[in-house]
Design a protein around this ligand. Structure first.
Ligand code: GRF
Length: 193
């Protein structure tokens, strides 16, 4: 399957996906990085790995529909089968949701439906929960609301800071995302953890 990875930031999940592909734990072709932030670190990672990039600046467009049309052209040109969101900090609009219905995935650093949106890790600490985690889900119109595919819990320690909890959550993300995508593409096992 040809995948396009969408990311806005550091791209540690992007890197984890590429590593899994390299090690043949994930059978997929990463044909494109889509990035909405021209100085994001993930662009350097893509270039170093030889993955084509479509980098755009949303401000240069009059609407989401306009930039998503440009993204769609790129996806069609590269024969993309699935969209994999990895820290893409925007809602996906109709222009992409319709042609890719049921073929857009996201990873979120909490046990949804708790703590959707930005700063899920800060929200979890603020709420004082003992358990948070990671969710992989299909993308729909809402903010982190689509059908859940897999979840894994991460224990919150009483002395956790945002940085320490983020480190443990990311470690889980980096293992879980490639594994679940592989299962999804090849329908090997039940999609639960
Ligand atoms: C991850 O925590 C992911 O769950 C969330 O955004 C973060 C991206 O981190 N959607 P990175 O850019 O992959 O390091």
């Amino acid at each position: 399957k040809n995948i396009a990875i969408f990311a806005s930031g550091s791209g540690s999940n992007f890197q984890a996906l590429l590593r899994a592909i390299e090690k043949q734990r994930l059978q997929a072709n990463p044909v494109l990085l889509v990035c909405d932030s021209p100085h994001a670190l993930v662009i350097d990672r893509a270039k170093a790995a030889g993955v084509d990039c479509f980098v755009f600046s949303p401000k240069a467009y009059s609407s989401k529909a306009m930039f998503e049309k440009d993204i769609l052209l790129q996806l069609q040109e590269k024969h993309v089968d699935w969209i994999v969101l990895a820290g893409y900090m925007r809602l996906i609009g109709e222009t992409l949701l319709t042609p890719f219905a049921g073929r857009i995935l996201n990873i979120h650093p909490s046990l949804l439906p708790s703590f959707p949106g930005k700063d899920a890790i800060g929200q979890a600490l603020q709420a004082g929960v003992n358990i948070s985690g990671v969710t992989i889900h299909y993308v729909d119109h809402g903010m982190d609301t689509g059908p859940i595919i897999a979840q894994q819990a991460v224990v919150v320690r009483s002395d956790d800071t945002k940085a320490s909890l983020a480190r443990r959550i990311q470690k889980v993300e980096h293992a879980l995302y490639p594994r679940i995508i592989q299962e999804l593409f090849h329908e090997t096992t039940a999609l639960s953890v």
